[in-house]
Ligand binder design. Sequence first.
Ligand code: F6R
Length: 235
Amino acid sequence: MKIITTKNYYDMSRKAANIISAQIILYPNSVLGLATGSTPIGIYTQLVKWYDKGDLDFSDVSTVNLDEYCGLPPSDSQSYRYFMQKNLFQFVNIKAEHIHIPYGNAPDIEKECSRYDHLIENLGGIDLQLLGIGHNGHIGFNEPNIAFEKMTHCIELNQSTREANSKYFGALDQVPQKAITVGIRLIMQARKILLVVNGKDKKAILEQALFGPVTPEVPASILQMHPNLTVVVCD
Ligand code: F6R
């Protein structure tokens, strides 16, 4: 595991964006596993800047997002599909057919989960997985549980996760109860993992995740077992 400590959010974003850029430059047809939430926004802004300068080309890149709220169509401004379009995809030359995000409003959610697992397998797996961490140690929407859930699945979001995300929805009761998330298996099979962590309030959970026991009660603790984990952290 490699831990890079950075001075501030901008520095964290730049350093993490550098790692993603290197991946795209060295392997232009990379499969990137992407995350949403507040932490990666600065990374996406930085990637767009480098794209505008002509330093990056997304034309052969494929992306697979980690998760999506159940019940929200891609056009909903709170959907993760919308978030990705707004923060990254609209600004770069990624091909629409190379963008993959679970369909939160699929009529058969179980079928959608298995479609998503197969899709990522057919792409050859994930080359670089970008992750944030929740205050309860979740990665993707793999919430604390009695066992690690391996496959893409539909999850009942924890109250604390819904409360944390209610700032985007305006009110807690607007936050969907469920989400689809990639499971632990495809995350751990990613060839590289880049975990980005911002904020003093994440210090304790990060400490537990990286140095505490590996337990499904702290889903991010499984990352200790990954052979190529880089953590970029700022406080
Ligand atoms: C989002 C995701 C989540 C977030 C986590 C941290 O796609 O997978 O695990 O990374 O909830 O969110 P922020 O960055 O908003 O603190």
